[in-house]
Design a protein around this ligand. Structure first.
Ligand code: TMP
Length: 233
C-alpha cells in the first residue's frame, strides 16, 4: 500500500518526542537513523539528535565523558556531566525542535542515566530522578523504544568496533546491570516504553516502530488520514 499522508492543516502542531534506548551494541543508533529516514520519506518533518551530544557544548562534554584517558572520573562527576550535556541539548535543540517539527528523535535520553549511572554505577535513584527532571526541563518522551539484546549479543557486536570508549570498556557485570535497568524501566512505564527485540532485522523493527509512531501522530492530530491524497501535504 502506498502511503499518503494528509497533515491536519497549515497550523503548526507540536511534534512528538521519540527516544531510543539500549545497551551499547544493541543496534539502537542504526534503528534511530532508519526510523528517521522512514518518517522523512512519509513527508513529515523530523530531526535526530544523539546523547550525549547534539550541540557544540554537549559534543565537547561528550568527549570528556567518553575519553579512555579519564579513568579517574568519579561517578558523581559522570552523572553531572551527562545531565549538563542533556540540559544544553534540551534548551538548544529539543524544545525548538518540537516546535518546528512533527517528530523529534533522540538517540538516548534520560533513561540511559537511570540505567547506566543508577543501575550501573549505583548512584541514588532519587538524586538521578530530580537531576534528570531539571536537565530535561521536565520534558518527557512521548514514546521510547528500548532496543533489547542480552549481554552476550551486545558484547559480540561491540567487539567488531575498533576502538571502545570509556563506558564501553566497562566489565560484563556492569552491562548486565544496565540491561536489567532498562528492562525494569520498561516494566515500570509500559505506556511509554516499547521493547524491540534487537536480535531481529533492522527493517522489521523499523516497521514496528513506524506503526507505533503513526498511532501516536494520529492521536495528536498530526496525521488524520493515511490514505488521503499526498497533494494535501
Ligand atoms: P552512545 O554510544 O550511544 O553514543 O552513548 C555514549 C555512551 O554514554 C554509552 O556508552 C552510554 C553512555 N551514557 C551514559 O552512561 N549515561 C547517559 O545518560 C547517556 C545519555 C549515555
Amino acid at each position: 500500500m502506498e502511503l499518503n499522508i494528509t497533515k491536519m492543516n497549515d497550523k503548526k502542531t507540536n511534534g512528538i518526542f521519540v527516544t531510543f534506548e539500549g545497551i551499547d551494541g544493541s543496534g539502537k543508533s542504526t534503528q534511530a537513523s532508519s526510523l528517521l529516514r522512514k518518517v522523512q520519506e512519509s513527508g513529515l518533518n523530523a530531526v535526530l539528535f544523539r546523547e550525549p551530544g547534539g550541540t557544540r557544548i554537549s559534543e565537547q562534554i561528550r568527549q570528556i565523558l567518553l575519553s579512555t584517558k579519564h579513568t579517574e572520573m568519579s561517578s558523581i562527576t559522570e552523572v553531572l556531566l551527562y545531565s549538563a550535556a542533556r540540559a544544553q541539548l534540551t534548551e538548544e535543540m529539543v524544545i525548538p525542535g518540537l516546535r518546528d517539527n512533527d517528530v523529534v528523535i533522540c538517540d538516548r535520553y534520560y533513561d540511559s542515566t537511570t540505567a547506566y549511572q543508577g543501575y550501573g554505577r549505583g548512584i541514588d535513584m532519587e538524586f538521578i530522578s530530580a537531576l534528570t527532571k531539571e536537565a530535561a526541563r521536565k520534558i518527557e518522551p512521548d514514546l521510547t523504544f528500548l532496543v533489547d539484546v542480552d549481554a552476550d549479543l551486545a558484547e559480540k557486536r561491540s567487539s567488531t568496533i575498533g576502538r571502545k570508549d570509556r563506558i564501553e570498556l566497562e566489565n560484563y557485570e556492569f552491562k548486565i546491570r544496565v540491561i536489567q535497568g532498562f528492562r525494569d524501566l520498561a516494566e515500570k512505564f509500559p505506556d511509554r516504553i516499547v521493547i524491540l527485540d534487537g536480535s531481529k532485522e533492522v527493517e522489521q523493527l523499523t516497521e514496528t516502530a513506524w506503526k507505533k509512531i503513526q498511532t501516536l501522530l494520529e492521536k495528536k492530530g498530526i496525521i488524520i488520514n493515511l490514505e488521503a491524497n499526498s497533494e494535501n501535504i
